[in-house]
Design a protein around this ligand. Structure first.
Ligand SMILES: [Zn+2]
Length: 393
C-alpha cells in the first residue's frame, strides 16, 4: 500500500476515538515518511484472536495441527500450522476479520496520519515471518483502499527461543516466503523483488541476538550458535539483520567481526559512545527508541551525537516498550500492561505515571528530539533517517 500523509476519507470510519494526536504532531512536509524499524504490530491481531477464540487456540497444542499460544502470541511451528492458521482466520473471522483487526486498523491509521510510511515487524520464532505475511495478505485484502504504512516482515529466532533454531527451518521458511512473493505478481510486494528473485525490501532477518537474562534456560553457546548461523544466512542472501542484545554486546560484536559483511540494525541501542563506535565500525545502524526521551538519557544522548544522524534509525518495539512523553504532549496513546522487553536495562527511565505504550504514531517525538540534538529541521531529520533505512535494503 502506498503511503500518504493524510488518510483518505473512506478510511476515516476506521478511526475510532483515539485519533486526536496526529493533527498536532505530524510532519506537514515530509515526503518520505518515517520508518519504525522494530514494531511487533501483529501482536494486536494475536491478542484479539487469543481472547476471542480461547478454546480454539489454547486447545490446539493437544492435537498438533493448529498454532499454539506461546507467551503473548500464536506460534506456528511448521508450514502445516501456518496453513491451519490461515484457514482459521478465514473461518473464524469471515472475509473481513473486522473484529480481529480493529486495533490493528486504528494503530495503522494513526501511524499513517503521524507520517509513518513503513513498519518493520520482526519475528521471534521460525515461521512467524511466513505467518505474518499470510496474515498481512488477509488483512490487506479487506483494506485494499486504505492508506496504511507498508509492513516489512522479518524472519528468524530470538535468543529467548534459540533452543528451537534450525538451519533447515530457516531455509524452508525463506523459500516459502519467496514463493509467496513470486506467486502474486499483482501484489504490492512485487515491486520489491529483484530480477533474480531476491526480496530486496519487505524482508529481513530478525530479531536475532544474545540475551543473557535467558541463559539459564537457553545456554549462551546455544544462543551464540543460533546468532552465528542466522548472520551467515543473512549475508548469503543479502538481507539486513535486526539484532537484539541484552548483556551480550561482546558476543554479538565478536560474531559480527567474524563475518564482517553484515548490514543491519542494533535494536534498542542504549549504550555509551564507545559501544556506539564498536557497532558503527561493524557497519550497523543504531536503533533509537523511546529511551532517548527518558530524563536520564545523557549517556545515550552522547552516543547519539557521536554516531551522527546518518547512523541512526527509529523504532518503538511496540507493544513492549514504553515512553515518557514530553510535558506538553497531547498524546492519547493507550496504556498497556505488557512487560518491557528492555525495561530491566534501566527501569528508572519508565515513570509509571507518565508512561504510554510506545506505538509508531509517537515516533515523531523522537524525531523532534533528534532534530533538537543535531540542530537541524524536523523534515530534514526525518528525511535523513529515512535514507538510512533505504541504505539497509
Ligand atoms: Zn522486539
Amino acid at each position: 500500500m502506498q503511503f500518504s500523509a493524510s488518510a483518505p476519507n473512506e478510511s476515516k470510519a476506521l478511526r475510532g476515538d483515539d485519533s486526536s494526536v496526529s493533527d498536532k504532531i505530524s510532519l506537514s512536509d515530509v515526503s518520505c515518511g518515517i520508518t519504525d524499524t522494530h514494531c511487533h504490530i501483529f501482536r494486536t491481531a494475536d491478542s484479539r484472536l487469543i481472547s476471542l477464540y480461547p478454546s480454539v487456540f489454547n486447545a490446539c497444542s493437544l492435537n498438533g495441527e493448529m498454532p499454539v499460544v506461546r507467551d503473548d502470541f500464536l506460534l506456528c511451528r511448521d508450514e502445516g500450522e501456518v496453513d491451519a492458521f490461515t484457514e482459521a482466520l478465514v473461518k473464524l473471522t469471515g472475509n473481513s476479520g473486522r473484529e480481529v483487526f480493529e486495533e490493528l486498523e486504528r494503530l495503522l491509521l494513526r501511524s499513517a496520519e503521524a507520517s509513518v510510511s513503513e513498519i518493520m515487524a520482526p519475528a521471534v520464532t521460525h515461521f512467524e515471518g511466513l505467518r505474518n505475511l499470510r496474515l498481512l495478505r488477509f488483512f490487506s485484502k479487506a483494506h485494499a483502499d486504505a492508506s496504511f504504512p507498508e509492513i516489512f516482515c522479518g524472519m528468524g529466532v530470538h535468543p529467548m527461543y534459540a533452543g528451537d533454531f534450525s538451519r533447515e527451518k530457516l531455509r524452508t521458511e525463506y523459500e516459502l516466503i519467496r514463493r509467496v512473493f513470486s506467486e502474486s505478481p499483482a501484489a504490492p510486494e512485487e515491486k520489491s523483488v529483484t530480477a533474480d528473485g531476491h526480496p530486496v525490501k519487505k524482508l529481513f532477518v530478525g530479531e536475532i541476538g544474545i540475551d543473557k537474562r535467558f541463559r539459564d534456560t537457553v545456554p549462551l553457546d546455544v544462543q551464540t550458535e543460533a546468532l552465528h548461523e542466522q548472520l551467515i544466512f543473512a549475508v548469503e542472501n543479502h538481507l539486513p539483520v535486526n539484532i537484539h542484545g541484552v548483556g551480550g554486546d561482546n558476543e554479538i560484536l565478536h560474531e559480527l567481526k567474524r563475518l564482517n559483511r553484515v548490514k543491519g540494525i542494533i535494536h534498542a541501542f542504549t549504550g555509551n559512545y564507545s559501544r556506539a563506535e564498536q557497532y558503527l565500525r561493524r557497519g550497523l545502524k543504531l536503533g533509537i527508541g523511546p529511551m532517548l526521551l527518558a530524563t536520564e538519557s545523557h549517556k545515550l544522548e552522547e552516543a547519539v551525537r557521536y554516531a551522527g544522524i546518518d547512523n541512526l534509525v527509529l523504532e518503538t518495539d511496540y507493544p513492549y516498550m514504553y515512553m515518557n512523553l514530553p510535558e506538553n504532549s497531547s498524546s492519547s496513546a493507550p496504556d498497556s500492561d505488557s512487560g518491557g522487553e528492555q525495561a530491566s536495562a534501566d527501569d528508572s527511565c519508565f515513570s509509571p505515571r507518565r508512561r504510554s505504550a510506545a506505538s509508531p504514531d509517537l515516533l515523531i517525538h523522537i524525531v523532534e528530539r533528534l532534530s533538537e540534538i543535531f540542530g537541524i529541521g524536523k523534515e530534514e531529520t526525518a528525511g535523513r533517517l529515512h535514507r538510512n533505512v533505504e541504505e539497509l535494503f
